[in-house]
Write a protein that binds this ligand. Structure first.
Ligand code: CU
Length: 188
């Protein structure tokens, strides 16, 4: 009798528990999809086939989180910026125009302010030819005048001195990538 009651209770409670768990998972998936909506990516291309890289942009509460990885690059400091045109068609990447500077600010390096919205400063490349940059900036967004979408990421041959106007004297353009918004995972 007691076993039967327990079984009957389980027969009702178990499906309810499963439905509740599924509902929570659905809510979590929706939240995750919404959080992933504002993201963009640039794949770096170079005339030097050894050079490659990728840059990810994600909107977070504190600003746009930028994570860049490059490889096959000469060790040292390399100027790293957002340039105003998402056009990497010219072999010297001059087609990408100047630094992305919607506020007409002077050139400087992160974290100096004011500076160009596209001024990241330098990326440090180690003896293994690899460089990694991780920063969060409030100077970029995914909409409006400061939108990073459709601009270009430029990796320079040389070091940004963080003072020469308006370029930082970082030399030629080693690699270029157009910033493309990632497909939205969820629509409201
Ligand atoms: Cu640049």
């Amino acid at each position: 009798m007691r076993t039967l009651t327990t079984r009957r209770w389980l027969a009702v409670a178990l499906p309810l528990a499963i439905v509740a768990v599924l509902a929570v998972l659905a809510v979590l998936a929706t939240v995750a999809a919404a959080a992933a909506m504002d993201s963009a990516e640039a794949t770096l291309h170079s005339q030097d086939a050894k050079v490659s890289g990728s840059v990810h942009f994600t909107q977070e509460a504190a600003g746009v989180h930028v994570v860049a990885d490059v490889s096959g690059v000469k060790p040292g400091q390399h100027g790293f910026h957002i340039h105003e045109k998402g056009d990497c068609t010219a072999p010297d990447y001059k087609s990408a125009g100047g630094h992305f500077n919607p506020a007409a600010a002077p050139h400087a390096c992160d974290p100096t302010s004011p500076r160009h919205a596209g001024d990241f400063g330098n990326i440090t490349v180690g003896a293994d030819g690899k460089g990694h940059l991780d920063m969060t900036t409030t100077s970029l967004s995914f909409a409006g005048p400061n939108s990073v979408v459709g601009k270009a990421v430029i990796l320079h041959e040389g070091e940004d001195d963080c003072k020469t106007q308006p370029t930082g004297n970082a030399g030629g353009r080693l690699a270029c990538g157009v910033v493309e918004q990632q497909p939205m995972m969820h629509h409201h």
